[in-house]
Design a protein around this ligand. Structure first.
Ligand code: BGC
Length: 382
């Protein structure tokens, strides 16, 4: 199926992580909930707070020319309105360490976890949430905005509301549709306000969000057809439509498809998620209507045996390449994840890393599929 194909000149190749999943030693709403036994404990995680240079050295050795990571809000603003310069200094060093290794940093400002003070006043349910969020973003950009060009205000807002306000799986463990809608609305307003404040402070940077979109399909049964259309609008586009004037690029996180009706024949990842690379093509093509550059900010799988990762990567890249030949402006691909890490409510069991981590010794071991991905990154071709 796959022939030799080049990616556009300057294409960004990287992997992605987030602070709470790898850094270790963080006190926030998740660590509080873990203490109450509601979710697994992270503890030291990968200890990347101390080992970030080692991690970036690995990413560089794997031929990557970009890296996506996140800041931890609870470190930067541990108390309401009090910003911690030591935390900023740390992240300044982190960005420098990425740049020193020839990689382009993509910085996520908020990736799911909240400072305890913010969670205690209702988090994104609070009517003033957008004010707090935009103030945090503004501080970050004034402090670090000259260090990186690409900024992602928030990661997967729809996943955040579904897990926290409908599935009861993540803090604040609620099931309340009116709160779900209210929080979604507050996230939209928060992003739009943050975008404007960031652009005022740093007009030269590029700002977007990382949006989880799925490929919704149906078997032509009228009811399933209707379900697929509604789901697509509600999950993929409702949020994006509302922020379309306030983003310079679209960050797309793609993992799987949802099919209403019909036989499910796809292979599955260790998470039980169906592997459907062609769905990425469909999702990317539909994003073209926004007329913005697209970066695949996450795509990956849990695969402890590393038996499916190589073909997963190649098959998804094949469809990205197809979209590019149809004039869709895709400019980069970040694999999730660089390291095995804390997979939220699932703890450390799912193995998403290009690099295996032994959580006892914290030793990193590069998986065979990572070397296959390296060949693609280095040759800029598939
Ligand atoms: C999130 C990551 C997560 C990954 C795999 C995305 O929803 O941004 O934090 O680990 O998917 O579930």
């Amino acid at each position: 199926m796959i022939g030799k194909q080049n990616f556009p000149h300057g294409f960004l190749w990287g992997s992605a992580t987030s602070a709470y999943q790898i850094e270790g030693g963080i006190e926030n709403d998740w660590s509080e909930a873990a203490r109450q036994g509601k979710i697994p404990i992270t503890g030291k995680a990968c200890d990347s707070y101390d080992k970030y240079e080692e991690d970036f050295e690995i990413a560089k050795s794997l031929g990557q020319n970009a890296h996506r990571f996140s800041l931890e809000w609870s470190r930067i603003e541990p108390e309401e309105g009090k910003f911690d310069e030591t935390a900023i200094d740390h992240y300044r060093k982190v960005i420098k360490a990425i740049r020193d290794r020839g990689m382009e940093p993509f910085v996520t400002i908020w990736h799911f976890t909240l400072p305890v003070w913010f969670a205690n006043i209702g988090g994104f349910e609070n009517p003033k949430a957008s004010f707090y969020f935009a103030r945090y973003c503004d501080y970050v950009l004034r402090s670090l905005g000259d260090k990186a060009k690409f900024w992602i205000t928030m990661n997967e807002p729809m996943v955040y509301v579904v897990q926290g306000y409908w599935n009861k799986k993540w803090p604040p463990f609620k099931k309340n549709f009116s709160k779900f809608l209210k929080v979604t609305e507050n996230l939209i307003v928060s992003h739009n306000l943050a975008y404007q404040r960031i652009k005022l402070a740093r007009p030269e940077v590029q700002v977007g969000i990382a949006k989880n979109n799925k490929c919704f399909e149906h078997n032509w049964n009228p009811f399933n057809f209707f379900l697929a259309i509604i789901s697509k609008w509600f999950w993929n586009y409702r949020f994006l439509n509302r922020i379309s004037d306030f983003q310079d690029f679209i960050g797309l996180n793609y993992y799987f498809s949802i099919k209403f009706g019909g036989k499910k024949t796809e292979q599955k990842t260790d998470m039980g998620w169906p592997i459907y690379p062609a769905g990425l093509y469909k999702v990317i093509k539909e994003l073209n209507k926004y007329g913005k550059p697209i970066y695949i900010t996450e795509n990956g799988l849990a695969d402890a045996r590393d038996s499916k990762r190589e073909s997963f990567i190649k098959d998804h890249l094949y469809f990205i390449q197809q979209a590019i030949t149809k004039k869709v402006d895709v400019r980069g691909y970040f694999h999730w994840s660089l390291l095995d890490n804390y997979e939220w409510a699932h703890g450390f069991e799912p193995k998403f890393g290009l690099v295996e981590v032994d959580f006892q010794t914290l030793e990193r071991k590069i998986r065979p599929s990572a070397y296959k991905f390296k060949e693609i990154c280095e040759t800029n071709s598939l």
